[in-house]
Design a protein around this ligand. Structure first.
Ligand code: DX5
Ligand code: ZN
Length: 217
């Protein structure tokens, strides 16, 4: 079954974490923005450490930053399950080894305008591909439909290369989009608005997994 990574881009994140702890989400997705790679800023190093104290869920960290190395140095001790950085700022392949040598799974993310084929030569080295369904920087945006083609192409390429990094999709995921992403080959769905803007986080998580409303109630 598809795994769910609940994204917590939120000003009152400690309250939100309490609620997420009570669900069966597989991961908690932490967006780190430096104000450079993306215009927005989110989750400072100290906030991530704080957040780690309160969450019972494994961390799925998404770096939307230019200086990947700096952030890895600062957060590696938190032992996240995944650290994902953006392909668009990758200039030294040793960064992949650095993440993995710390016992952390390495993900690479691609923005909507980045051709998925550009990362095919890296697939054997990584554990996850995070395909952005929206321009990084903000939650609450609408899913870009061509993302589905990217997921299918990547799935096909993984089959051809006989590799199995996970395919994760981030941005604009709701119940209908989740269904399409799963059909296209997604292994993990990241969602903020669809889960957090609800009174019942667990119900929304189940809906993303494809469990019907009748089965939940
Ligand atoms: C966007 C972030 C996403 C965001 C998703 O830059 O990387 O993780 O929180 O938010 P929704 O699900 O609202 O698109
Ligand atoms: Zn994200």
């Amino acid at each position: 079954m598809v795994k769910i990574s609940t994204s917590i881009l939120s000003s009152n994140y400690l309250d939100v974490i309490e609620k997420i702890n009570k669900t069966n989400t597989d991961y908690i997705h932490i967006d780190v923005m430096d104000g450079n790679f993306v215009f927005n800023k989110a989750f400072s190093i100290s906030e991530i450490s704080e957040l780690k104290k309160y969450t019972k869920k494994p961390l799925d960290i998404h770096l939307m930053v230019n200086d990947i190395d700096y952030y890895i140095e600062k957060i590696k001790h938190l032992k996240p399950t995944f650290i994902t950085f953006h392909y668009e700022v990758l200039n030294d392949l040793d960064i992949i080894k650095k993440i993995k040598n710390n016992g952390i799974k390495c993900g690479i993310s691609v923005k909507p305008n980045t051709d998925i084929k550009e990362i095919y030569h890296l697939l054997a080295k990584i554990d996850l591909v995070l395909i952005m369904g929206v321009e990084p920087g903000y939650s609450g945006q609408e899913f870009i439909p061509t993302t589905l083609t990217k997921i299918k192409l990547l799935k096909e390429e993984l089959k051809n290369q006989n590799l199995n990094p996970l395919i994760s999709v981030d941005g604009g995921v709701n119940k209908e989009i989740a269904f399409e992403c799963i059909k296209a080959g997604a292994d993990i769905l990241v969602a903020n608005t669809f889960i957090i803007n609800s009174h019942n986080f667990q119900e929304r998580i189940s809906l993303l997994r494809g469990i019907s409303e009748e089965d939940i109630n």
